[in-house]
Structure formats: structure tokens, C-alpha cells
Write a protein that binds this ligand. Structure first.
Ligand code: UDP
Length: 241
């Protein structure tokens, strides 16, 4: 049964989505590196209607000291949504969803960061969602990856992330809020594009195995598009080839 307020269709007769995109087209993206003075590294992303800041502190001596690891740095991540980021005011503070997103985002980076270069240190990643319209964990990861690079933290590769999903029975790239709400499936993916290594894959809903293959291929394509934009943003800040 259709939900109250649901649009009749998410894909129009001419095969386009409600915002005019093709099925395999990502939302417009704007990236900026190094915008916060006091953080060691920072970045800002706009992806469609998402507006997200990422800040990185570290590597620095980890407190409390009992958390220090003798052979590696501890990577921590906090994903937070501001109360004004969504149509219905969010209660400030962590909830199950933000705790889960903080965990999966941290895991997406743990595989990329050479944490063993910094024994006993802490690396703190903050993702602050200012405006949300679906795909914020992915956009947050894309921005945080730039903030880590801006902080000079060595990584195997940048991490790029995007969600794929199913709406009106079709596999599409980079869901908007309305597509996420009224579609059938949402699958966020993060990866190190040059190494072809997936560092996050979650799924809300169902895909057939053929749809899954198609969706994964599309997510990889989307990550590669973002990867080029991330590299451009770093070049804009730091120059170089
Ligand atoms: N959302 C909301 N209120 C909340 C949490 C989420 O309105 O408390 C919206 C927000 O636009 C978010 C979207 O629902 O981007 C999808 O949330 P999901 O949990 O799928 O995470 P995301 O797609 O942002 O990574």
C-alpha cells in the first residue's frame, strides 16, 4: 500500500527521476578542503541538498591514556546531525542511528589509514550534518576523507562513498530523501577507488542477486566520479599534479 503523501511515481514516463536526473546520474557535488582554522584537517561537501562539514584532529596524544594502544593509533569517529538539519527537528545528542553511522564510518577509514605509524596517538574524525537529504553517511565519509588528507594523515587511498538503491523497481544512483523514503532499497557503499577495495557496504531493503550486481557496479562508478572530484578539491587547495 502506498504511504500517505507518497508521490505516485519516482521515475517519470521519460525515464527520468523527479529531480530530472538519469537513473545512473549522481547529484551535483561541491567540495572544499581546509575551511576550519582550528582543526588539523577539514572539508565541506554539498551533495544535492546535503550540507556537511568534516573535521579531523590528530594524530595527537590520546586521552584518557588507558585507551592508548602501544602499536597503533586509535581512530574515533562521531557523526552528528544538527537539530535543524531535517524537516522535523531532531533531538540533540546521539541516538541508535548516529551511533551506528559513527561506527561504520570509523570502520570505513580504519582500513585506509596507516594508523600503525602513530602508536599511542588518537585520530578523531567529526562529521557534522548541517542539512540532510539522504546519503549523509556517504557524503560525510567523502568529506571526512578529504579532512584526513588535509590533516596530513597517510592513507592507502582516499575513501569515496555513495548510495545506490531501488525505486519503482529500478536500480538508481545516489538517492534523494524522497527516493529513500518511498523507494524499496538503499545501499550505501564506501571504497578506496584506486585499490578497488570496498570499506563499507550496508543494505536497507532487498535486491535480487542480478540487481545487487548492477547496484554494486553503479556504486563503484559513482565512487570513481566522486574520487576525481576529491582529487580536484585537493589540487585546488594544495596545487600539484
Ligand atoms: N532523516 C531525518 N531524520 C532523522 C534521520 C534521518 O529526516 O532523524 C532523513 C535525512 O534526510 C537522512 C535520510 O532521512 O539523510 C536518510 O537517513 P538514513 O538513515 O538512510 O541515512 P543516510 O541516507 O543519510 O546515510
Amino acid at each position: 500500500m502506498a504511504k500517505v503523501g507518497a508521490p505516485e511515481k519516482l521515475i517519470t514516463k521519460d525515464g527520468l527521476r523527479l529531480d530530472g536526473r538519469r537513473l545512473d546520474e549522481p547529484r551535483p557535488v561541491k567540495l572544499e578542503v581546509g575551511i576550519l582554522k582550528r582543526a588539523d584537517g577539514s572539508a565541506y561537501i554539498e551533495q544535492g541538498r546535503n550540507k556537511i562539514l568534516a573535521a579531523v584532529y590528530g594524530p595527537r596524544e590520546l586521552h584518557p591514556r588507558h585507551l592508548q594502544k602501544p602499536d597503533t593509533a586509535l581512530v574515533r569517529c562521531r557523526y552528528n546531525m544538527s537539530p535543524f538539519s531535517v524537516p522535523e527537528r531532531r533531538r540533540p545528542g546521539p541516538d541508535r542511528r548516529t551511533i551506528e553511522i559513527s561506527k561504520v564510518a570509523r570502520e570505513a577509514f580504519e582500513q585506509a589509514i596507516f594508523a600503525e605509524h602513530y602508536p599511542r596517538a588518537g585520530i578523531d574524525i567529526f562529521i557534522e550534518v548541517l542539512e540532510a537529504d539522504a546519503g549523509t553517511r556517504c557524503a560525510g565519509i567523502t568529506a571526512a576523507s578529504l579532512a584526513l588528507a588535509d590533516a596530513g594523515i597517510p592513507m592507502k587511498d582516499l575513501v569515496s562513498a555513495i548510495a545506490v538503491g531501488k525505486i519503482d523497481g529500478q536500480v538508481v544512483l545516489d538517492l534523494t530523501g524522497i527516493e529513500d523514503n518511498y523507494g524499496q532499497t538503499d545501499m550505501p557503499v564506501a571504497m578506496m577507488p584506486r585499490r578497488n577495495e570496498i570499506t563499507l557496504l550496508q543494505m536497507d531493503g532487498h535486491f535480487t542477486s542480478e540487481e545487487f550486481e548492477q547496484a554494486l557496479e553503479l556504486a563503484i562508478k559513482g565512487c570513481k566520479i566522486l574520487y576525481e572530484k576529491q582529487r580536484e578539491a585537493l589540487k585546488t587547495k594544495y596545487g600539484g599534479p
